[in-house]
Design a binder for this molecule. Structure first.
Ligand SMILES: *[C@@H]1O[C@H](CO)[C@@H](O)[C@H](O)[C@H]1NC(C)=O
Ligand SMILES: *[C@@H]1O[C@H](CO)[C@@H](O)[C@H](O)[C@H]1NC(C)=O
Ligand SMILES: *[C@@H]1O[C@H](CO)[C@@H](O)[C@H](O)[C@H]1NC(C)=O
Ligand SMILES: *[C@@H]1O[C@H](CO)[C@@H](O)[C@H](O)[C@H]1NC(C)=O
Ligand SMILES: *[C@@H]1O[C@H](CO)[C@@H](O)[C@H](O)[C@H]1NC(C)=O
Ligand SMILES: *[C@@H]1O[C@H](CO)[C@@H](O)[C@H](O)[C@H]1NC(C)=O
Ligand SMILES: *[C@@H]1O[C@H](CO)[C@@H](O)[C@H](O)[C@H]1NC(C)=O
Ligand SMILES: *[C@@H]1O[C@H](CO)[C@@H](O)[C@H](O)[C@H]1NC(C)=O
Ligand SMILES: *[C@@H]1O[C@H](CO)[C@@H](O)[C@H](O)[C@H]1NC(C)=O
Length: 414
C-alpha cells in the first residue's frame, strides 16, 4: 500500500514540470520546464516502484477534432493535443503551453542513452520533404536542465489547419524526468517578444483563422481522458455557462471578463485584485495578494502556484498536511466542507470551492486528496500566482492576441 502511494506521489512530479524558475523570469522567452530534479533520481525511482511498463501501458490515446484541438489528459496532470509535423506528417503529443513561446519536439537525434527521450515519438527530419535546416543551437536558460537542441523549420498541421515554415526546436537532450511525461514536445502559445514567430502568429499570418485569438476549455471531468479543447480563432459559446434573463424563461451566455495583458514578458500575465478565503462559520475571511499581484495563466498542468507564505497560510486554514514533492493533502472527507476561495479579477469573484481546488486521485484501492495549491520557493516569484487547470477548468479562458487581453468566464458544466 505504501509502495503504491509512493508511486502515485512520484508521478506527481510530473505536475511540477512547467513551473517557473527564477532564471526564466529574466529570460522570459523560454519558460523552463523545471522538472525539480532534486526530488527524484533513478535510484529513488526504482525504490518508489515506478515501472516503465506501467507508464508505457498508460501511453495510448486517440485524437479527434477540427480547428478545435482535442486535448487529452494524462494522469490528471498534463493536457496535450495531437500535432503533425512535416510532410508526410509525423504525429506528436504536444502540450499547448500559454506560458512558453518556443515550440519544440524530441528529435530523432536524441541519443538512446538519454532516458528522457525513451517512449516518446521523435521527429525525424530526414523523413520530411518540407524540412528546412537551420541548426542554430538552443540551450535552455542557464543550461541547467539539459534541455538542449537546435532550430529547424517545417510544416505544422493541427486539425484542419496548417502552418508552413514554422521555426521550432528539435531537442537532442531532455532531462530524464520526461519519461514521466506523455508529451513529446510543446506548442508555445506565449506572446511574441523575440524574433521568431510563435506558432499562433504564423497561423494568423496564414489568415485561415477567423479572429486573432484562441480559447482554452479544460474539462472538469477528471475521470475522462478527454482534457478539453483548444479553439484556434474562435470562442465557442457552448463552453460558456448560461445565466437566466430576468423576467423570462431564457438563458444567455455569461459575460466574459477581460483583463489587459501586462508586463511584455511573453507570458499571458495579468493583474489580480486579491484572493479571499471565506470562512462563514467563523464569520471570517482571510485575504491574500492584498495589494494586487501578477498572475499567469498556465494551460499545461493542474496546479495553482503561489508565494510560499500565502500557500502555507492557505494550507493551515484548510488543514492540509505536507506530503511529498511540495504537494499537500487533506483528509478526503473534508473536501465538501472546505471554504470557498475567491480570486478577484477586475472586481469580480472567480470562486473555487473545495472539490474544485482539491484533486482526488485514485490508484488501485488508494485514494489521495491533494491540494492544488503549491508554493513557489523562488524568491523572485513571491508576488506571482500561476493559475493552472484547477482554475482554468472552472473558467473558460480567452487569449485575445489582437486586443492584448485575456478573458475569463464561468465554464459550462458539460
Ligand atoms: C482509438 O483508435 C482506435 C483505432 O483507431 C480505436 O479502435 C479505438 O476505439 C479508439 N479509442 C478511443 C478511446 O477513441
Ligand atoms: C471541420 O472544419 C471544416 C473546415 O472548417 C468543416 O468543413 C467541417 O465541417 C468541420 N468538421 C467538424 C466535425 O466540425
Ligand atoms: C536560422 O534562423 C535564424 C532566425 O530566423 C536566422 O537568423 C539564421 O540565419 C538561420 N540560420 C540558417 C543557417 O539558416
Ligand atoms: C545533465 O547531463 C549531464 C551529463 O549528461 C549529467 O551528468 C547531469 O546529471 C545532467 N543534469 C541534469 C539536471 O539532468
Ligand atoms: C495556410 O493554410 C492552408 C490551409 O490550412 C494551407 O494549405 C497553406 O499551405 C497554408 N499556408 C502557409 C503559408 O502556411
Ligand atoms: C522556413 O522555411 C520556409 C521555406 O519552407 C521559408 O519560407 C521561411 O522563411 C523559413 N522560416 C524561417 C523563420 O527561416
Ligand atoms: C416561463 O415558463 C412557465 C412554464 O413553462 C410559464 O408558465 C411562464 O409564463 C413563462 N414565463 C415567461 C416570462 O415566459
Ligand atoms: C456571525 O455573525 C452573526 C451576525 O453578526 C452572529 O449572529 C453569529 O453568531 C456569528 N457567528 C459566529 C460563529 O461568530
Ligand atoms: C465575493 O464573494 C464574497 C463572499 O464569498 C463576498 O463577500 C464579496 O462581496 C464578493 N465580491 C464581489 C466583488 O462580488
Amino acid at each position: 500500500m505504501w509502495r503504491l502511494m509512493f508511486a502515485i506521489c512520484c508521478i506527481f512530479v510530473l505536475n511540477q514540470m512547467g513551473l517557473v524558475d527564477s532564471d526564466t523570469l529574466m529570460i522570459p522567452i523560454f519558460r523552463q520546464k523545471s522538472p525539480r530534479e532534486a526530488a527524484l533520481n533513478s535510484k529513488d525511482m526504482h525504490k518508489l516502484g515506478i515501472h516503465l511498463d506501467w507508464l508505457r501501458k498508460h501511453h495510448h490515446h486517440n485524437s479527434t477534432g477540427n480547428d478545435s484541438i482535442a486535448l487529452f489528459r494524462f494522469l490528471d496532470m498534463e493536457f496535450y493535443g495531437k500535432v503533425l509535423i512535416g510532410q508526410k506528417g509525423q504525429a506528436f503529443n504536444m502540450l499547448f503551453d500559454t506560458a512558453w513561446q518556443t515550440s519544440w519536439v524530441i528529435s530523432n537525434d536524441c541519443s538512446w542513452t538519454t532516458i528522457g527521450c525513451w517512449f516518446h515519438n521523435k521527429y525525424d527530419h530526414t523523413g520530411s520533404s518540407t524540412y528546412v535546416a537551420n541548426g542554430t543551437k538552443f540551450i535552455s536558460p542557464e543550461g541547467s536542465y539539459n534541455l538542449t537542441g537546435y532550430y529547424s523549420n517545417d510544416t505544422f498541421s493541427i486539425a484542419h489547419s496548417r502552418v508552413n515554415g514554422q521555426m521550432f526546436v528539435e531537442m537532442t537532450s531532455v532531462p530524464y524526468t520526461y519519461i514521466f511525461s506523455k508529451a513529446d514536445g510543446v506548442m508555445g502559445l506565449g506572446i511574441k517578444t523575440g524574433k521568431i514567430d510563435p506558432f499562433f502568429y504564423n497561423m494568423l499570418r496564414n489568415g485561415t483563422i477567423k479572429q486573432p485569438l484562441f480559447s482554452v476549455y479544460l474539462s472538469r471531468d477528471r475521470q475522462s481522458q478527454r482534457g478539453g479543447n483548444i479553439l484556434l480563432g474562435f470562442i465557442d459559446k457552448k463552453h460558456i455557462h448560461r445565466v437566466p434573463v430576468p423576467n423570462s424563461n431564457k438563458t444567455i451566455p455569461d459575460t466574459i471578463t477581460y483583463l489587459p495583458v501586462e508586463g511584455g514578458s511573453g507570458y499571458w500575465q495579468f493583474h489580480m485584485d486579491r484572493i479571499v478565503l471565506d470562512m462563514p462559520s467563523q464569520n471570517k475571511s482571510f485575504p491574500f495578494c492584498l495589494h494586487g499581484c501578477s498572475t499567469i495563466a498556465d494551460t499545461t498542468n493542474n496546479i495553482i502556484l503561489g508565494p510560499q507564505q500565502d500557500i502555507n497560510a492557505i494550507h493551515t486554514l484548510i488543514k492540509a498536511k505536507p506530503l511529498l514533492f511540495g504537494r499537500s493533502r487533506v483528509p478526503c472527507d473534508t473536501i465538501n466542507k472546505l471554504p470557498p476561495i475567491d480570486f478577484v479579477l477586475a472586481g469580480k469573484n472567480f470562486t473555487l470551492k473545495g472539490p474544485q481546488y482539491i484533486q482526488k486521485m485514485s490508484y488501485g484501492s488508494v485514494t489521495l486528496c491533494l491540494s492544488s495549491f503549491v508554493s513557489s520557493s523562488v524568491p523572485t516569484e513571491q508576488n506571482i500566482w500561476i493559475l493552472g487547470g484547477a482554475f482554468l477548468s472552472q473558467f473558460y479562458s480567452i487569449y485575445d492576441i489582437g486586443n492584448n487581453r485575456i478573458g475569463f468566464v464561468r465554464a459550462a458544466s458539460v
